[in-house]
Design a protein around this ligand. Structure first.
Ligand code: PLP
Length: 221
């Protein structure tokens, strides 16, 4: 990440370690390394499933870990997600905004929220259309129990690096427009193990890395 950022004269983004399917022992080992390398860091862990995150959170106690939901969230799991996570990166519809706000416990800080954008307009993908970002971001910003932090995207897989960079570039344009509308916005979450240098070159402030940290994932049973 440091090399990729230095090569394009961009700031080093935040690292989100994607822990899905990894056993708690592997995550604990990574956290030990992380704290040794950067004693001031608050490690950020990404999980795709509410249930798996709840189990891992019980196995990895400690308030210094920041838990991020990066998988699709069904409305009937909104209460559990609002109680469990520090961030939800996959908000893509107004119904979810209202449910998360209603269920965020009063004693917790407001829930940090990213709006997921379906940047390549894929039929199979979750995320809002780029045209819906303004309305959805206004809805998040209007909720006192939520804090609008920015945008998240998973571009369509492609072997064409130029097409991929173009998707990241369009996301950065949406991010800058959102910052103009909501000055508190500071996070553009994009880039994974296979494409994070391109994402950093196009302005990612947070990259979500799984297999490059933990090794290849086993298939989900
Ligand atoms: C699994 C996943 C990642 C990490 O993918 P890797 O290729 O293993 O780095 C990042 N973001 C999301 C939304 C994911 O589901």
């Amino acid at each position: 990440m440091e090399n990729a950022a230095a090569a394009v004269h961009r700031p080093v983004p935040r690292l989100l370690a994607v822990a899905k399917t990894q056993p708690a022992t592997a995550v604990a080992a990574l956290l030990d390394d992380w704290r040794r390398l950067d004693p001031d860091a608050r490690p950020a862990l990404g999980e795709n499933y509410v249930q798996e995150a709840a189990e891992k959170r019980r196995a990895l106690p400690g308030d210094d870990i920041e838990w991020h939901l990066i998988g699709h969230l069904q409305s009937n799991k909104a209460r559990e997600a609002a109680e469990l996570f520090d961030w939800v990166q996959t908000v893509d519809r107004a119904k979810l905004v209202a449910a998360l706000a209603r269920h965020r416990p009063a004693e917790r800080a407001p829930l940090d929220v990213l709006i997921q954008v379906n940047i390549d307009n894929e039929a199979s993908k979750h995320g809002c259309a780029p045209a819906d970002i303004d309305a959805l971001s206004d809805a998040v910003a209007a909720e006192s129990r939520l804090r609008l932090r920015g945008l998240m995207a998973i571009p369509a897989p492609t072997s064409d690096p130029e097409r991929q960079r173009a998707s990241f570039r369009r996301m950065n344009a949406h991010f800058l427009a959102l910052q103009a509308r909501h000055p508190g916005v500071d996070t553009l979450s994009m880039g994974m193990s296979g494409d994070y240098p391109q994402a950093i070159a196009e302005g990612a402030t947070m990259v979500r890395i799984g297999s490059a940290l933990f090794g290849a994932r086993a298939a989900r049973p």
